[in-house]
Write a protein that binds this ligand. Structure first.
Ligand code: SAM
Ligand code: SF4
Length: 339
């Protein structure tokens, strides 16, 4: 299906530092702090982490990076992975980021394997939002999809994050045909009393998961249709919001959302950039290659040069991904780029 392009003037000179040729502004950075993960989600790392767990940006490099991006206008930072909480210094990295001038929202994406124990410390560190992956409310379903037995701990992590008062608690559920698509009503029930947003993410094809994608991909439209039929209404998006369309219902405390990267116009509202755990700036989740920022993150490096390098790289951002042409870029799995 062809993509609807944003209003494009390729000769246009950007008038703000983090703005691309198509007039899209970037106030949101997703930063991976490790590729390593302790789960084995079928669609992501079905054989577990197979890489070499070394060479990730250290705390100082991360802080220099965050500070430069904040000076360029990044207001929202998401720390992701792999599983970010496997890093022993994750809390310190988050606290540094929260204290960076310009960063107004600090978010974390986690599988929640040890969130319950850390929720209060994370709140105290300045975390404003947490997204928790939870692909099934059913214990066996969860174990089947993630290859992990810590379902109870993940559920406890959600409740601990709410109880700790982390201002935004969201759940990511990858929509999987025949595995959890029958659970849409259960998730509605789950948010009846809980003030959380459950967002169904359409399964995305990556270099490694082609067969799985063909077996399990279901269009997000099925969720939208069911929500609307049950009286849920779509809400407005804010400037630094992610790509989800969220629905609310007067009888439910929580919300249900949908992230549908295959839907027409998905890229028009793109407001985010990514940096990999080893310091590669990536312009699109489904793009090719990264621009290595690491040499400019060292002690002696010049911050102005780092900022220039980021801005110059942004000029290469394309108008849209090429998923509809069957081109999903060079991402082997989302653990490698920070989903
Ligand atoms: N380990 C953390 C977690 O699972 O929350 C953070 C990293 S994970 C790559 C970030 C998000 O990407 C998770 O919500 C995960 O379910 C989602 N994800 C991973 N692979 C995906 C795929 N192929 N399609 C759609 N979502 C995917
Ligand atoms: Fe790990 Fe997250 Fe990938 Fe699951 S989705 S294997 S928890 S990185």
């Amino acid at each position: 299906m062809p993509q609807r392009a944003p209003t494009v003037d390729p000769g246009r000179v950007p008038d703000s530092e983090l703005e691309d040729r198509f007039g899209r502004r970037f106030a949101y950075l997703r930063l991976s702090i490790t590729d390593v993960c302790n789960f084995r989600c079928e669609y992501c790392l079905p054989d577990g982490y197979q890489g070499k767990p070394t060479g990730f940006l250290n705390r100082d490099e991360i802080q220099r990076l965050v500070s430069a991006f904040a000076e360029l206008g990044i207001r929202k930072l998401r720390i992701t992975g792999g599983e970010p909480l496997v890093r022993k210094d994750a809390l310190a990295i988050l606290a540094d980021a929260a204290a960076t001038p310009g960063i107004e929202k600090l978010a974390l994406t986690t599988n929640a394997f040890n969130l319950a124990a850390q929720a209060e410390a994370l709140r105290d560190a300045g975390l404003s939002a947490v997204n928790i992956s939870l692909d099934s409310l059913d214990r066996q379903g969860f174990e089947r999809i993630t290859g992990d037995k810590r379902h109870e701990k993940v559920l406890a992590g959600v409740d601990a994050a709410i109880a700790a008062g982390i201002p935004s608690v969201k759940i990511n559920t990858v929509l999987l045909g025949g595995l959890n698509d029958q659970e849409i009503p259960d998730f509605m029930e789950y948010v009846r009393e809980r003030p959380v947003a459950v967002r169904f993410i359409e399964l995305m094809q990556t270099a490694d998961n082609g067969d799985y994608f063909r077996r399990r991909h279901v269009s997000g439209q099925t969720v939208a249709d069911r929500l609307q039929a049950a009286g849920w209404s779509p809400m407005q998006r804010g400037e630094t919001d992610g790509p989800a369309v969220e629905y609310s219902h007067p009888d439910y405390a929580g919300r249900i959302g949908l992230i549908a990267p295959y839907a027409p116009g998905f890229c028009d509202g793109c407001n985010r950039l990514r940096v990999t755990a080893r310091g590669g700036l990536r312009l699109c989740l489904f793009g090719n290659g990264t621009h290595d920022l690491r040499p400019l993150l060292q002690d002696e490096a010049d911050k102005a040069a780092l900022k220039r390098s980021i801005c110059q790289t942004l000029v290469g951002k394309e108008v849209s991904h090429h998923l509809h042409e069957g081109d999903f870029g060079d991402t082997p799995h989302l653990a490698s780029t920070g989903g």
